[in-house]
Design a binder for this molecule. Structure first.
Ligand code: NAD
Length: 368
């Protein structure tokens, strides 16, 4: 059993723009260490295509064990056209799936926040999205992406059959529901649970178990149940009705991407994947931007580092309980946006274009 080391971060820059955006996070961690007398220990390793090029595997055992003993892993992004044709087990994305699965990171938190400075980037009317703040809690290690049996099999008539199994147990549903209810208590105290209980037994179980845990432990939190297809509609009709949305792996994948796009700015969206607390109260976790490795702009110095910097902010809040430091960092990002500094992806009339490292400079100067 590998013990988690307090305040140890493992940085995994990965591929494409990953190293550029993680570079800015490294500067911010160093700033906190120097100016706030925090003693974060950082280690940095290869993952994804970069690890495959050097070691022939997307994640080595050594790096995997370092992830196991870290309090938080902070990842840039993995993948790119160079590795698209590798066999399945060698693909860069396998590293990410292995980390999520083996670190037992069952709760994926994805905030969909529409910064008031960027409402025009959304495809919805400004009044629908201005100050939008939804927290998605997606179940990440169960459901149809992992259920057995699975595979592609030949059948008698010469055709083939593709099989995936949608399966959940009581404890898998309870633990992710608790994460959602606990988060709601720190926000606007409202949870919407989404499934397809009208057509799927696993969805019916999901609804019943969320309701049961609510009645037993969280009566003070408002709970609504909503069919996942209705939730998809409500997200574009009236997204501000939501506070915390909890849902399974498949629906969470889609609904959180839909909500992310309401904010119009992929380069600004962070995420956290959390495991259970051990008996000492320590928890394994992985923080990463929602975006990918953006091969089209890699190496140009134009990538937006804010999603990755806000992911580090989530690490301060959820892994280290440093709410004050997380607030300071989020405020610094807001201040820079208020000043009209923008990387290319969020540039608009009347704002000033800055590079990846200039955005890092500006955020650090606001921290001062
Ligand atoms: P992507 O998110 O990498 O890029 C989509 C578009 O958004 C591109 O035009 C890109 O330039 C832009 N973009 C993304 N992040 C940006 C940022 N921080 N600043 C400025 N612009 C940004 O998605 P994709 O193009 O579908 O995928 C590219 C590669 O990334 C693929 O190999 C894919 O498998 C991988 N991917 C990895 C992850 C991950 O590591 N978690 C997630 C998604 C995609």
């Amino acid at each position: 059993m590998i013990k988690i080391k307090k305040r140890k971060f493992l940085l995994l820059p990965g591929d494409g723009i990953g190293p550029e955006v993680i570079g800015q996070v490294k500067r911010i961690i160093n700033w906190f260490n120097k100016n706030k007398s925090l003693d974060f220990e950082i280690d940095e390793e290869l993952v994804g295509g970069a690890a495959y090029d050097k070691h022939g595997t997307p994640i080595t055992d050594e790096v995997f064990y370092k992830a196991l003993e870290s309090e938080a892993v902070i990842l840039g992004a993995v993948g790119g056209p160079k590795w698209d044709n590798l066999e399945f087990s060698k693909k860069p994305e396998r590293a990410l799936l292995k980390l999520r699965k083996e670190l037992k990171l069952f709760a994926n938190l994805r905030p969909a926040i529409c910064f008031k400075q960027l409402v025009d980037a959304s495809s919805l009317k400004p009044e629908l999205v201005s100050n939008l703040d939804i927290m998605f809690v997606r179940e990440l290690t169960g459901g149809i992406y992992f259920g057995e049996p699975r595979g592609i099999k030949p059948i008698d008539n010469g055709e083939r059959k593709g099989i995936n199994t949608h399966v959940y147990t009581t404890s898998e549903i309870e633990r992710v529901a608790r994460v959602a209810f606990d988060l709601a208590r720190k926000r606007n105290n409202k949870v919407t649970s989404c499934e397809k209980s009208n057509v799927m037994e696993a969805g019916q179980l999901w609804k019943e178990e969320v309701q049961a845990i609510h009645e037993k432990e969280y009566k003070d939190v408002e709970l609504n149940h909503m069919l996942a297809d209705n939730c998809a509609m409500q997200l574009v009709r009236n997204p501000k009705q939501f506070d915390v949305i909890v849902t399974d792996n498949l629906f969470g994948d889609m609904l959180s991407d839909e909500a992310a796009m309401l904010t119009g700015s992929l380069g600004l969206l962070p995420s956290a994947s959390l495991g259970s607390k051990d008996k000492d109260g320590n928890m394994r976790s992985l923080y990463e931007p929602v975006h990918g490795s953006a091969p089209d702009i890699a190496g140009k110095g134009t990538a937006n580092p804010i999603a990755t910097i806000l992911s580090f902010g989530m690490a301060l809040r959820y892994s280290l309980d440093l709410d004050k430091e997380a607030d300071t960092l989020e405020k610094a990002v807001q201040d820079v946006l208020d000043e009209g500094l923008r990387t290319k992806d969020i540039l608009s009339k009347g704002t000033k274009e800055v590079s990846t490292s200039e955005m890092g400079d500006a955020i650090i100067s606001k921290l001062q």
